[in-house]
Design a binder for this molecule. Structure first.
Ligand code: UD1
Length: 436
């Protein structure tokens, strides 16, 4: 069990390099098993979630080879997967719900798959009705029994599918099955997130024929089989956004490198609206703040709207901005679990249904806090960086699901943050001496 100890109050200054997009990587790794040829994936974030996905792939017979020199390069080969044993265990699903991407990938390739059913999780219930709808429309029989979702088809045949809900997962999963189905599929009301485009580009690089990814109408012409590819994952817009908000929260000046600025537009616009200066470059953004930020209203929406995965970090920043702000969470029903912890640091936030009413306070004070989920964890670190005094953040394994070398990157920007073993008083004393 590890924790972060943070001494707040230091403006973050300097450059930070952003890694590959975790959520794109999860789709791409699953898609990589859809050919019997070897696929090389570059710019892979080396985080818990991607490592869990690789372990799930190995568990069904996929061969995974890490590059000895670069942890961001991996070779995946799905030739040895036994079609009679395409069964993804609950252990993987409990750790990452996105292991259900293997359902679409295996169904497309072997016309059958069984994956443990994802239950609810810390941020909300996780229905899969739209995934089921997509598979069934392509001709699969989908059953839920004994805690598993089982999909099987004699053959998959293209169809027209209109999703009732805009879902990233259902769009990617149906795209997987459809690209190896017979004939043409059109998917309507699809999610438009950058990682949908990245997964589609990856599948196209393997010989798939997918057009329109990034819009709400995707057209897929099924192909017989897919082949090898050498593919580099896009930068992670949520990691980038987190560092942008940390720069703003600490009234610092940070250039966030290796990003696609367009993917950050919703966040950049909100930051500018509350008084931050955001400069865009070809593959970087620079965020500068030199006074107290202002208030705003924001509602999370599917891309290109304001991302739900930035909601906890942005609400935390607003907790010390002047005036009253309103945040509405429209994607997940349980995404304010961090608010109780923030209140213990002095924030004044009231939750009513899916709305947070934030009355900006002058500042936060450090406290011992516990992380409830991945992005809330990043928000609590952000709170610690701007709080007066020391903050100890518990259950950081959630943060490590999606942020690589988090504390190292923050230290390079001048933050005082260290990873310590749970309740290691000596390490705490050493840290306090070092930063005092
Ligand atoms: C993905 C992201 C997650 C992000 C979310 C929304 C990955 C691995 N994870 O999750 O970080 O927070 O998008 O941007 O990419 N829904 C249904 N029926 C379904 C599927 C979804 O009703 O069959 C609902 C969900 O309850 C939710 C909404 O649709 O309210 C969006 O969910 P979805 O886009 O599917 O999220 P994920 O793909 O699970």
């Amino acid at each position: 069990m590890e924790q972060y100890i943070i001494k707040g109050g230091k403006p973050l200054v300097g450059d930070v390099a952003i890694g590959g997009a975790k959520n794109a990587a999860l789709g791409i790794l699953a898609g990589a098993i859809m050919t019997d040829e070897t696929v090389v994936i570059d710019n892979l974030p080396n985080v818990r979630d991607t490592n869990t996905m690789l372990a799930a792939i190995q568990d069904i017979g996929g061969i995974v080879e890490r590059d000895g020199k670069d942890p961001h390069v991996v070779k995946v080969n799905g030739a040895n997967i036994n079609p009679e044993r395409v069964y993804i265990d609950y252990d993987y699903i409990k750790k990452i719900r996105a292991s259900y991407y293997l359902l679409g990938a295996l169904l497309g390739k072997y016309k059958k798959a069984k994956v443990a059913l994802p239950g609810g999780c810390n941020i909300g219930s996780r229905p899969i009705d739209q995934h089921k709808k997509g598979f069934e429309a392509l001709g699969a029989r989908v059953k839920i029994e004994h805690g598993m979702i089982c999909a099987e088809a004699d053959e998959l045949v293209g169809n027209h599918i209109y999703f009732d809900v805009v879902s990233v997962g259902a769009t990617i999963n149906t795209m997987f099955a459809a690209c190896l189905a017979k004939g043409k599929t059109t998917l309507e009301n699809t999610a438009k997130e950058p990682h949908i485009v990245d997964v589609a580009n990856f599948l196209n690089s393997m010989g798939a024929n997918i057009k329109g990814a990034g819009t709400d109408l995707i057209r897929i012409r099924g192909v017989e089989k897919l082949h090898s590819s050498d593919y580099s994952i896009i930068p992670d817009q949520i990691e980038a956004g987190t560092f942008m908000l940390m720069a703003a929260a600490t009234r610092g000046d940070v250039r966030v490198n290796n990003v696609i600025p367009k993917h950050l537009d919703a966040l950049s616009a909100k930051l500018e609206e509350i008084g931050a200066r955001v400069d865009e470059f070809d593959d970087a953004v620079r965020v500068r703040v030199d006074g107290r930020l202002g208030h705003t209203h924001v509602k999370t929406l599917p891309y290109p709207g304001f991302p739900t995965d930035m909601q906890p970090q942005f609400a935390t920043l607003l907790s010390v901005s002047s005036g009253s702000s309103i945040v509405t969470e429209s994607i997940w029903e349980n995404r304010y679990k961090y608010v109780g912890e923030l209140s213990r640091m002095g924030a004044n936030i009231n939750i009513e249904g899916n709305t947070a009413i934030i009355n900006g306070v002058e500042g936060l004070t450090g406290a011992a806090v516990t992380v409830p989920d991945l992005r809330a964890g990043a928000a609590l670190v952000l709170a610690g960086l701007m709080a007066e005094g020391y903050t100890v953040v518990d259950q950081i394994e959630y943060i490590e699901r999606g942020y690589e070398s988090f504390e190292a990157k923050l230290n390079l920007l001048g933050a005082h943050i260290e990873k310590i073993q749970f309740a290691d008083d000596k390490a705490v004393q050493r840290f306090k001496l070092r930063v005092s």
